[in-house]
Design a protein around this ligand. Structure first.
Ligand code: XMP
Length: 318
C-alpha cells in the first residue's frame, strides 16, 4: 500500500539512478507546496547538486520572499534568491489589461530564470514540481504529456541549454504531495499554505501596477492573512487575499474629508478551485479586519467583502 515513507525511499532511489553522478539539476522554487516538496526530495537524493532558483518578482505577499528563502536555507537547500522586483515593475509599467500583465510577468520570469540557470555549470536537468492533475490537464489541453506550469513557464530553456526534464511528483495527487512534504519535514508554514497565483499581487491590483500600490496591497493583505491565522480561520478557507480596486471613495478622518482607495477582501471555500463559494466569515472578524486595515494602512479608507461564488465569478478579480 502507498505510504509517504515508501514513496520517498523509492523516489530517492529512482532519482539517484536517473541523474548522473556529476549532473547538476536546476529547479524553480515558488514558495508553494509542489516546488518545495520536489526540492526536498531532490535534495535528499543529490544534495547540493540541486540548484534552486527563487525569484522575487516584487508581487509576492508581505515579507514572503525573505521568510521563505530563510525557510529553504534552514532546510539545507542549495538555493539562490534573486531580487528582480525592479525588472518586473519596469516590464509592467503602464499595462492595465489582465492578460497583458500576465504576459509581461511570464516573459520577465523567463528572462530572469534563464539568466540565473545559465550560471549553473554542468546543468543537465530541469526539475519541475508537476503533479498528477497538472499532467492530466496538460494532456487534455495541449495533447502533450509534458507540462510546464504557467507560473514556472521556463520557455525554451530546456532546448536552449539541452536540459532533460525530471518531475518526481508527477504521479501524486495534492493530498499525497502534502503527506510526502510532511514526511520530509517541510515546515507547516509552507505545507499548509493557500494556493497563490504565479502572477501574484499583479492580478490583485486592478489596473496598472506601481511599487506604491504593491506596498499598499501587501500591507492590507498582510493584516487580513495574519488575522485569519490568529483566529484559527486560515485553515478553514481554501484561498484568501485582498484586491486593490482602481477607484477612490470619499471618507472622513477627524474633520477632514478623505478621497482614498478601496480594498476588497476575498476568501473562498473550495475543493479544487474549479468551483468555489465565498467563505461565510464571522461578521465580528470582518469588522476587526476592516478596522485594522483602515487604521493602519494610510491610503485605504474603505473595505468591502466579496460575496460572489464561482461560477459565475472567478476567485481572482482578473
Ligand atoms: P480563478 O480566478 O480562475 O482561479 O477562479 C482559480 C485558481 O487559479 C489561480 N490562478 C492562477 N494561477 N497563474 C496561476 O499560477 C494565473 O495566471 C492564475 N490565475 C488564477 C487562482 O489563484 C485560483 O487558485
Amino acid at each position: 500500500s502507498w505510504t509517504p515513507d515508501h514513496f520517498v525511499d523509492s523516489a530517492v532511489e529512482a532519482l539517484q539512478n536517473t541523474i548522473g553522478p556529476d549532473d547538476q539539476v536546476i529547479l524553480g522554487l515558488s514558495g508553494g507546496v509542489d516546488s518545495s516538496v520536489a526540492a526536498l526530495l531532490l535534495h535528499r537524493a543529490i544534495g547540493p547538486r540541486l540548484h534552486g532558483i527563487f525569484v522575487d518578482n516584487g508581487l509576492l505577499r508581505q515579507d514572503e520572499f525573505a521568510t521563505v528563502l530563510k525557510a529553504y536555507e534552514g532546510l539545507g537547500l542549495n538555493v539562490t534568491g534573486v531580487n528582480a522586483a525592479p525588472e518586473f515593475y519596469a516590464a509592467l509599467a503602464g499595462i492595465s489589461d489582465p492578460e497583458g500583465k500576465r504576459k509581461a510577468i511570464g516573459r520577465t520570469f523567463i528572462e530572469v530564470f534563464d539568466r540565473e540557470a545559465q550560471k549553473v555549470q554542468g546543468a543537465r536537468w530541469l526539475a519541475q514540481g508537476t503533479i498528477y492533475p497538472d499532467v492530466i490537464e496538460s494532456v487534455s489541453v495541449h495533447g502533450s504529456s509534458v507540462t510546464i506550469k504557467s507560473h514556472h513557464n521556463v520557455g525554451g530553456l530546456p532546448e536552449k541549454m539541452n536540459l532533460k526534464i525530471v518531475e518526481p511528483l508527477r504521479m501524486l495527487f495534492k493530498d499525497e504531495v502534502r503527506e510526502v512534504g510532511a514526511a520530509l519535514e517541510l515546515p507547516a508554514e509552507i505545507l499548509n499554505r493557500h494556493p497563490f497565483p504565479g502572477p501574484g499581487l499583479g492580478i490583485r491590483i486592478l489596473g496598472d501596477i506601481t511599487p506604491e500600490k504593491v506596498d499598499l496591497l501587501q500591507r492590507a493583505d498582510g493584516v487580513f492573512i495574519n488575522l485569519l491565522k490568529q483566529h484559527g480561520l486560515y485553515e478553514h478557507v481554501w484561498q484568501a487575499g485582498a484586491m486593490l480596486l482602481p477607484v477612490q471613495s470619499v471618507g472622513v478622518m477627524g474633520d477632514e474629508r478623505t478621497y482614498e482607495r478601496v480594498v476588497a477582501l476575498r476568501a473562498v471555500t473550495s475543493v479544487d478551485g474549479m468551483t468555489a463559494d465565498w467563505a461565510h466569515l464571522p461578521y465580528d472578524f470582518l469588522a476587526e479586519v476592516s478596522n485594522k486595515i483602515i487604521n493602519q494602512v494610510r491610503g485605504i479608507n474603505r473595505v468591502v467583502y466579496d460575496i460572489s461564488s464561482k461560477p459565475p465569478a472567478t476567485i481572482e478579480w482578473e
